[in-house]
Design a protein around this ligand. Sequence first.
Ligand code: DUC
Ligand code: ZN
Ligand code: ZN
Length: 465
Amino acid sequence: MFDLVIRNGTVATAADVFKADIGIRAGRIVQLGEGLEKGVEEIDATGRFVLPGGIDSHVHLSQPSGDNIAMADDFASGTLSALFGGNTCVLPFCLQQKGQSLRKAVQLYHEEAAGKCYTDVSFHLIISDPTPSVLGQELPALVADGYTSFKIFMTYENLRLNDAEILATMDAARRTGALVMVHCENEDAIRYLIGRHEEAGDVKPKAHAMTRPVAVEREATHRALSLAEIVDVPVVIVHVSNGQAINEIRAARMRGQRVVGETCPQYLMLTADDLDGMNWEGAKFVCSPPPRDKDEQAACWLGLQEGVFDLYSSDHCPFRYNDPKGKLNPRGRSSFRHIPNGIPGVETRLPILFSEGVMKGRITLPRFVALTATNHARTYGLERKGGIAIGMDADLAIWDPEERRTIRHADLHDGADYSPYEGLEVQGWPTTVILGGHTMVNEGQLVGTPGTGRHVARTRSQVLP
Ligand code: DUC
Ligand code: ZN
Ligand code: ZN
């Protein structure tokens, strides 16, 4: 007897598409085949696709974001939104504040997440203060405990590392077997351009994009890849927005480097012109790197098709728009510099790629699964996740490829008050979502409870030698 059987669906993995029933017991997939015997619970997936639950390996939840600014999602609303968007696991960041111990930061995030999650979660670290004790003692211990990846920044005054610090941090990753993710933008170049725009009195949201042009990202991408080559360590280049940065990744790979590229929906769907809205509405699209133009969108699509990108993540980093602690905070109303950086998107990530990618014939269904689940599991060491096979966790999303929706924030579940994709028409939506064998969303209705999702310790990245 199975706990749950999903019948008559079209199953897709990163390798194949096939018809099969799925038998689930004790939270795992235990049988694939035709005409499976009865389950305590049964789901008829006729006419539906059964896919591995989405894994979004780049989200920000409950992250401190500066004085009097509040992120719009905590672990409850953020993972609920992820769940309704077809995800069963998200990887948020655990931010080390300057002077703070990494271990302490991890503890605080665990306290913040406990009992609230609707999907599984697994923390990346953010290292902002790479002292000898952080790199020599705390990091190796945390990696051994399953926090096997961390992000570093080349921008933001209180987060950026200089080249010496980047080298030391990459070297620590090499020694401990952690995977480094790099935010590539040149802080000094941005500061210079901000000064020029402010002098000229240009402080509107669009100036955010103008002060972070492609060259800012290309230079930093080149430098990050060069430093990784010197240390001899693989890296993830996160949230890549344009063709020149893509070419840097291609060139590094041609030299034999191991590089994982990540892009996000905003670089496929938005442009810098979106930051130009009336009444400061452009603030809704302020994120870093900024959206570019149609040609750069095309370059990012090509990157997804040809394999420069292994990862497609949301970079969900939500702030409310009409809120004194959000985009329209008092200082944010006066200059682009003070508009909090980031946009929501954890719930719309998968429907956008399914509709614009699979339904429009740009990518195949197996490529969709690879980009949205399987590669995230392999890159970040999530065992038993990201696939449909015997022994894997029963983390599944059942998609109706016929369902047409117009994206409206009113229908989404995050804590923001807008969607950057308001009005976008999509075809295909995840209607039923299963986490560890528990039906969490059934035909669009929430049936699961908070706390069903747990923190998952990770093993070494498969990208590492
Ligand atoms: N980088 C991110 O990855 N997310 C939001 C803001 C940023 O700069
Ligand atoms: Zn970043
Ligand atoms: Zn991010």
